[in-house]
Design a protein around this ligand. Structure first.
Ligand code: BDR
Ligand code: CA
Length: 312
């Protein structure tokens, strides 16, 4: 079993990720912390509670955290996720409220109460996680691994080279990446490939079961492809793929361990994750990254049909 803390900016694909985590028999969700990212913090909290209502999981503690990145201003991605951040699927209003404490306090509490180290699954800008590590450094001992959706060894999405979660709060990403905690990066290299076609989404939209229909509605909103050929549209499962990587059989995901660093300098490459995929033979001190760039387990690609099977 994987006992996890989730940090989210719900967000269509964060919603898919929460749904998957709650339904998977080998995953135990201990708490969900919310952070500003795709949409503002209040909307993230509200969306997260609505998804928990939908999944009939009212017992999971939820708390709101950072309302903005450490240094940057908040920059919403509502144009991707819909004004409500949930693809305008109109889930009923929630009667629940979040815990009356900051997310960092909730995370600390859950970690310190846990008898064993937990995996932190971070699917949003890393502001809350960085604040936790700076405020309560002793918590690191209770974190077995941080699995984060973020970064890329190739293309960006927020900019030509930077992925949204890292670009949104590069300093927070820097703190997390250099924390010494074992890390897994699920970046755009794989994120951009795990998606459903129009037919698969339609069969969810028309399903009998309500959760499947909401899932279909969320995915339909994310369909992207050439307008002239709608049959080629793909609906990425996004952050949910990162949670799949936690429980997928080893053959389903291709991974490599590489040195990584975050570009903090101002300019066009700010927020890029620089990934060193060269073969290291110990001669790399001149142009090298050894000892300075932490080694990170990176998921590069996936067996898409099998991961979709797992997800469904
Ligand atoms: C990431 O940014 C958000 O829009 C998604 O929820 C995902 O976590 C992709 O770059
Ligand atoms: Ca997200």
């Amino acid at each position: 079993k994987h006992s996890i803390l989730m940090d989210v900016d719900t967000g269509i694909d964060d919603a898919l990720a929460i749904m998957f985590a709650l339904r998977h028999p080998d995953i135990v969700v201990k708490a969900i912390s919310c952070v500003s990212g795709n949409v503002d913090l209040d909307t993230v909290v509200d969306n997260t509670l609505k998804i928990l209502d939908l999944m009939d999981a009212p017992q999971i503690p939820v708390a709101g955290g950072a309302v903005r990145p450490l240094i940057e201003n908040a920059r919403s991605a509502a144009f991707i996720h819909g004004e409500d951040g949930l693809g305008n699927v109109n889930l009923p209003a929630t009667s629940r409220t979040p815990l009356p404490v900051h997310a960092v306090e909730m995370m600390r509490h859950v970690l310190s109460e846990s008898s064993e180290p937990l995996t932190l699954v971070a699917l949003a800008p890393l502001t809350n996680v960085a604040l936790l590590l700076r405020t309560y450094p002793e918590c690191a001992q209770k974190i077995e691994r941080i699995l984060f959706m973020g970064g890329s060894a190739s293309v960006g999405n927020a900019t030509a080279v930077a992925e949204f979660n890292i670009w949104h709060d590069p300093e927070a990403a820097h703190i997390v990446i250099n924390s010494g905690i074992p890390l897994t990066m699920y970046g755009l290299d794989v994120f951009n490939t795990v998606g459903m076609n129009t037919q698969q989404v339609s069969s969810l939209v028309t399903a009998e079961d309500r959760v499947s229909r909401v899932l279909g509605g969320l995915l339909a909103f994310r369909a992207e492809g050439p307008e002239s050929e709608p049959e080629l549209a793909l609906s990425l499962i996004g952050d949910a793929g990162a949670v799949c990587s936690l429980v997928a059989d080893s053959g389903l995901m291709y991974r490599e361990t590489c040195p990584v660093q975050v570009q903090l300098a101002a300019g066009a490459s700010r927020g890029q994750t620089m990934v060193d995929r060269r073969n290291h033979v110990g001669e790399d001190t001149i142009h090298g990254t050894a000892d300075v760039w932490p080694d990170i387990d990176i998921v590069f690609s996936a067996d898409v049909p099998q991961v979709l099977d797992l997800f469904l």
